[in-house]
Design a protein around this ligand. Structure first.
Ligand code: APR
Length: 225
């Protein structure tokens, strides 16, 4: 049985990492156009690096929770493809063997000039020279609004091949991630949403598990294992 899982910020919320669209979410304090677009980076790279340095520090302080660990257990006994919109590394630190980061990762740095990638340090600055071309064009290796998510070929195939598709802790407001459940269902998968509240695409799911991820994800995994 092939299981494809998509996670969003809600799976890391109980590890202390802020989500985006809650009442105290990141987008209440920062304008997306300032910190999560290529135009914002061109306009003020210092502000963008400060935003991601803060998120990198938050992620470094956070610990994987029972939901991350449950998905790692599931991967030990099932054919699981784990896709995340999150840029933290809590899935990896929770024991998941392979994670597809469709929106990039806080652990990565990218040269806006030559496209070279290298491991990010905890604090990054735009004037840090690219190790390859030497230009001061360092940016976080994060997919911003208006950019193409990473690994989409692998993602579409994992969704089409899935017998079960699960979305955990995502509001279903950002495409193409928000469209994956509908695509899975059209390809014959059972679809289940695990969330505190219904998302914007709850109608695409045949099953809903309502509650905090640290409770509903281990319960769901226990049913499968
Ligand atoms: N357990 C389960 N779900 C939770 C929990 C929890 N403890 N806490 C919050 N949630 C749910 C919320 O109900 C909401 O549906 O997590 C979701 C968080 O939604 P968003 O903040 O919109 O985060 P996400 O869906 O991951 O955003 C998608 O948008 O801003 C961009 O690139 C960014 O990857 C991000 C994308």
């Amino acid at each position: 049985m092939r299981i494809t899982v998509l996670t969003g910020a809600g799976i890391s919320a109980e590890s202390g990492i802020r989500t985006f669209r809650a009442t105290d979410g990141l987008w209440e304090e920062h304008r997306i156009e300032d910190v999560a677009t290529p135009e914002g980076f061109r306009r003020d790279p210092v502000l963008v690096h400060r935003f991601y340095n803060m998120r990198r520090a938050d992620a470094a302080r956070a610990r994987p929770n029972a939901a991350h660990k449950a998905l790692a257990r599931l991967a030990k006994s099932h054919d699981v493809t784990l896709i995340t919109q999150n840029v933290d590394d809590l899935h990896e630190r929770g024991g998941s063997p392979e994670v597809i980061h469709m929106h990039g990762s806080l652990l990565g740095a990218l040269c806006a000039n030559c496209g070279h990638r290298w491991p990010a340090t905890l604090v990054m600055r735009s004037l840090d020279p690219c190790p390859s071309c030497g230009k001061p064009a360092t940016r976080p290796d994060i997919v911003w609004f208006g950019e193409i998510p990473y690994h989409m070929d692998r993602i579409w195939k994992a969704v089409e091949d899935a017998d079960i598709f699960a979305a955990i802790g995502t509001s279903g407001q950002v495409y193409p991630a928000a469209g994956l459940a509908q695509h899975a269902r059209r390809n014959g998968a059972e679809t289940v949403e695990l969330n505190l509240v219904p998302s914007a695409v709850s109608g695409d799911f045949t099953d809903m598990r309502t509650g905090p991820a640290t409770r509903v994800v281990p319960e769901w995994v226990a049913e499968l294992c």
